[in-house]
Design a protein around this ligand. Structure first.
Ligand SMILES: [Zn+2]
Length: 441
């Protein structure tokens, strides 16, 4: 018999809850429909847990436990990214069709699989009359994909109630197979920090004028020089502590050639840093703050000299660096006081959550119990999640979704052919169930 969570996930995936940076462009109807569907699919949860609505469609549930001294927060988000019309999906992105033992569609991995995993675990435990050892809060945001306010408002609500979570689990990591070349076992990667997303705009103003009488070093040339200078001067690279620990844990499962390097990662940091940088953009991003020049604007007409030239720079700040330090690097590298630097968005990297204490051990042991072949390990997340807002009220914020994912599946997130295997969904439900059961009272 198919697990009942399958039909529930299908029902949620069929509702296209696409968020948008501009709240006025968000269609509230699918979000209303999703909340209705959620209530229909998880009746006991909705009957027994206290619900606070946050933001337009964010949900914050409280499940009272035997104690409220060390509350636990389980997070997921209800919104999804849009589907590009031209993307070559094998199956309809909002069809939630089942093919080859998997449910296909936008949001199966990111992040409705986790919504169903959490809710189904809670529903099952409630049906059994289980009472958790500690208060368990469920926080489901409605605008994670567009850096919306939902999670921040949930944090404000918890703060207002004086809730200091013991630990928080949100999306981010996974049971990742083919995670590293030469490492056979799947790695249960638990994000313990994430890079800070900061955006700046470089701008040069000039006289403009007719293109027949140009001067040297006009705004566009200056912007171009600034960009190439920045491109040629990466920030200092290193291997941060959580990555050293990740490598150390992977070592016994790595190929013989790789094993000594990974096992001695702490001592061999400089060698490892160089190896990662040489291995390509993705491993290189694990070692340092990155700069991506994304937008570029000059004159709107071919025969007009630009009076303003602009370039947008998306910066991912590595743990250990700071916004101030990065800006200092930018100004020093560009070395041109006619180039104005304006901060569009600033986020420091998240503080590193401990990976040597009781809370992490609980997550780790539950991974080992449900996924005996996987190696649990901390890691530094490259992307941003809602979890970062919880670092304001909690020292232990872990980014982990308990689903087996291949490399192709990880690449399908925000892309096409996103799908979650049915057996992976069932394991995920069991992981959340066991985690809740193991929370000590
Ligand atoms: Zn997500």
């Amino acid at each position: 018999m198919t697990h009942r969570a399958v039909a529930k996930l299908q029902a949620l995936v069929r509702i296209p809850t696409v968020s948008d940076r501009d709240p006025t462009l968000v269609d509230p109807e699918p979000f209303d429909a999703l909340l209705d569907e959620l209530a229909r699919q998880f009746p006991v949860l909705h009957d027994r847990l206290e619900l606070t609505r946050v933001d337009t469609h964010g949900l914050l549930f409280r499940w009272p436990g035997r104690s409220d001294a060390r509350p636990v927060v389980l997070m997921a988000h209800l919104d999804v990214v849009p589907v590009e019309g031209s993307a070559p999906w094998q199956h309809p992105p909002f069809g939630a069709e089942i093919h080859d033992g998997a449910i296909w569609g936008r949001g199966t991995l990111d992040d409705k699989g986790a919504v169903v995993g959490i809710c189904e675990a809670v529903e099952t435990l409630l049906e059994r009359g289980f009472v958790p050892g500690q208060d368990v809060w469920l926080s489901f945001g409605c605008n994670e994909e567009v850096s919306g306010t939902s999670a921040q408002l949930a944090v404000a609500e918890l703060e207002h109630r004086g809730v200091r979570p013991w630990f928080v689990v949100d999306e981010g990591g996974a049971i990742a197979s083919e995670a590293f070349p030469g490492v056979g076992a799947p790695i249960g990667v638990v994000g313990v920090t994430e890079k800070g997303v900061t955006s700046i705009e470089l701008r040069v103003e000039g006289r403009g004028g007719h293109a027949s009488t140009p001067t040297r070093m006009g705004p566009t040339a200056r912007i171009a020089r600034a960009i190439t200078r920045l491109d040629r001067a990466p920030m200092a690279a290193s291997v941060p502590d959580p990555t050293v620990e990740l490598f150390r844990r992977m070592a016994p499962h790595a190929s013989l050639a790789l094993r000594p390097l990974l096992a001695n990662a702490a001592r061999l940091r400089p060698v490892l840093t160089r190896a990662l940088i040489a291995a390509g953009p993705e491993p290189a991003a694990m070692t340092r703050t990155t700069f991506a020049i994304t937008t570029l604007a000059g004159s709107p007409a071919l025969n007009v000299i630009a009076s303003t030239a602009k370039a947008g720079v998306n910066i991912r700040i590595m743990v250990g660096d700071t916004v101030a330090g990065v800006l200092e690097h930018v100004r020093r590298t560009i070395d041109d006081d006619q180039v104005q630097v304006e901060i569009v968005e600033r986020n420091e990297p998240s503080p590193v959550s401990p990976y040597d204490d009781e809370a992490f051990a609980l997550i780790e042991d539950t991974i080992t119990e449900v996924f005996p072949d996987a190696v649990p390990a901390p890691y530094v997340m490259m992307a941003a999640t809602d979890a970062r807002f919880f670092t304001a009220i909690c020292a232990r914020v872990y980014r982990f979704a308990p689903f087996r994912m291949t490399k192709a599946q990880r690449e399908s997130i925000h892309s096409y052919d996103e799908h979650l295997r049915i057996d992976a969904l069932v394991d995920g439900v069991r992981w959340y169930e066991r985690l809740i059961e193991r929370i000590p009272g």
